[in-house]
Design a protein. Structure first.
Length: 434
């Protein structure tokens, strides 16, 4: 059959756009389809877009460290002009408070040593110098605001922190996605918006294309599911879920935006901070604000939802995150009006993504990004392009996993790590931290 496209990519978030860019670099004719009006309007647009180099697993950290180099040279990666300008990466560094929950970062520092990822130990004196607004008393275990003892210190002080100098955040995740779209289009990639896929077509036991809402059929020998929190719906359309040991579902999340406390400029002097003693992560935000996300502490019930029907208003979860942060920053002003975002993570059973083929020849997936893969999108795109090329060339990736070279850190990544058929990875934090 004479196809107009070599691959149809369902979704134009940061990962869908990156796959298009990397396939286009290989000379493939790609078409991204997205039901929303522009690229990066799905969960990517709600992302805190934090860039960090540490994960709970060696392979996760290797992927993150390699990806860091792309953000450091974003203009070089994009390589073309976007009339909207380029997204900016702010390298603030990342502070992780040492707690019993993260085993004082000892397992992570061992991974950093193995990969040569820089880090420093900060004692409480240095931590107080860098963050004079911080109250270093312990508050764990994390509680709900209504629980007895909420806001009361629980004895002693935290045990310092580990500082990772390579890390920060991207100012505008949607613009970053648009940048990749423009770069992909410059290589011939096509994007269609306000276009919903409702069926995966199959012929002779393999993928044959998609059907759109309204009935239009598009032929393609390869279809890639990059539908974010809708990923499980697309996998069910393709009938591939039964062949997956690891599955995906949509988890509701709230991120609070609060003003920096009086007398401290968090935008200029703050860091990306991970603090499992209070169950929150935070980062500076434009306008001298602080973004506060949840580290999914055990006391918070997880809200698994239908991605087309969930509560988009702030709830008491917003209040919980802000009040938990106010334990650490007693001078934090708590706004009367809740601001921030309510959106969804696409979560796997072990909070590690699936970058893989499926049991249906020609159908691939980059899904289950579990609230932590924005940073990895450029390299994930390149890994998926390599995997698709190898599998379409006849390789049985399930039996003989593709290896992907990470040029900046001179390592090879076994892509079997991200397999849909893997056993649950017990090294994972089973949270957004990956
Ligand atoms: C609140 C929040 C905070 C986060 N913070 C961070 C962070 O600090 N650092 C980090 O690294 N990661 C973070 N993440 C995770 C990161 O944003 C995601 O991993 C990443 O954006 C996923 O990109 P994607 O392209 O896979 O998905 P998405 O951006 O969700 O894109 C999927 C697209 O598929 C489209 N789609 C779905 N179904 C269909 C259909 N049937 N037909 C056509 N189109 C369809 C959707 O419209 C959507 O645009 C965060 C996520 C959230 C929600």
């Amino acid at each position: 059959m004479d196809y107009s496209y070599d691959a149809v990519i369902i979704g134009a978030g940061i990962i869908g756009a990156s796959i298009a860019y990397e396939l286009a670099k290989k000379g493939q004719r790609t078409l991204n389809l997205d039901r929303l009006p522009a690229s990066g309007y799905g969960s990517t647009g709600a992302s805190c877009a934090i860039i960090r180099t540490h994960y709970s697993t060696l392979d996760g950290s290797a992927l993150a460290y390699e990806s860091f180099f792309t953000w450091k040279d974003w203009p070089g990666y994009i390589g073309v002009r976007d009339e909207r300008g380029l997204a900016k990466y702010f390298n603030t560094g990342v502070v992780v408070i040492k707690t019993e929950l993260n085993k004082h970062l000892e397992p992570i520092c061992a991974i950093m040593d193995e990969l040569g990822i820089p880090y420093e130990h900060w004692d409480n004196k240095l931590l107080s110098n860098k963050l004079p607004i911080y109250d270093l008393r312990k508050f764990s275990p994390v509680r709900r605001p209504g629980d007895p003892g909420f806001g009361e210190p629980t004895g002693g002080v935290v045990d310092g922190a580990v500082f990772f100098p390579n890390g920060g955040y991207v100012s505008d995740p949607q613009l970053a996605t648009h940048n990749i779209q423009v770069a992909a289009e410059a290589r011939g990639a096509k994007f269609r918006f306000n276009t919903e896929v409702v069926e995966i077509r199959q012929e002779d036991g393999r993928t044959a294309g998609v059907v759109l809402k309204g009935g239009e059929a598009i032929d393609a020998p390869v279809v890639v599911n990059v539908a974010g929190p809708h990923s499980y719906i697309i996998n069910r359309m393709a009938g591939v879920e039964a062949g997956m040991n690891i599955k995906t579902r949509a988890l509701r999340q709230e991120v609070a935006h609060v003003p920096s406390p009086e007398g401290f400029n968090f935008e200029e002097d703050g860091y990306v901070i991970s603090d499992s003693d209070i169950g929150c992560y935070s980062r500076p935000e434009i306008g001298n604000h602080i973004l506060v996300g949840s580290e999914d502490p055990a006391c918070d019930e997880r809200e698994w939802v239908d991605p087309d029907d969930y509560n988009r208003e702030f709830s008491e979860q917003w209040t919980a995150q802000v009040h938990r942060t106010a334990q650490r920053i007693p001078t934090l002003g708590i706004p009367g009006q809740a601001k921030g975002v309510v959106d969804l993570y696409d979560v796997t059973d072990d909070w590690i993504p699936i970058y893989d083929k499926s049991d249906l020849p020609g159908f691939y997936m980059a899904v289950g990004t579990s609230g932590n893969q924005f940073k990895n999108a450029p390299v994930a795109g390149a890994m998926m392009a390599a995997l698709i090329e190898a599998c379409e060339g006849g390789r049985d990736h399930d039996a003989d996993p593709v290896h992907f070279e990470l040029p900046n850190i001179a390592r090879s990544l076994d892509l079997g790590f991200f397999s849909r058929r893997r056993k649950i990875n017990t090294d994972s934090s089973f949270t957004v931290l990956g």
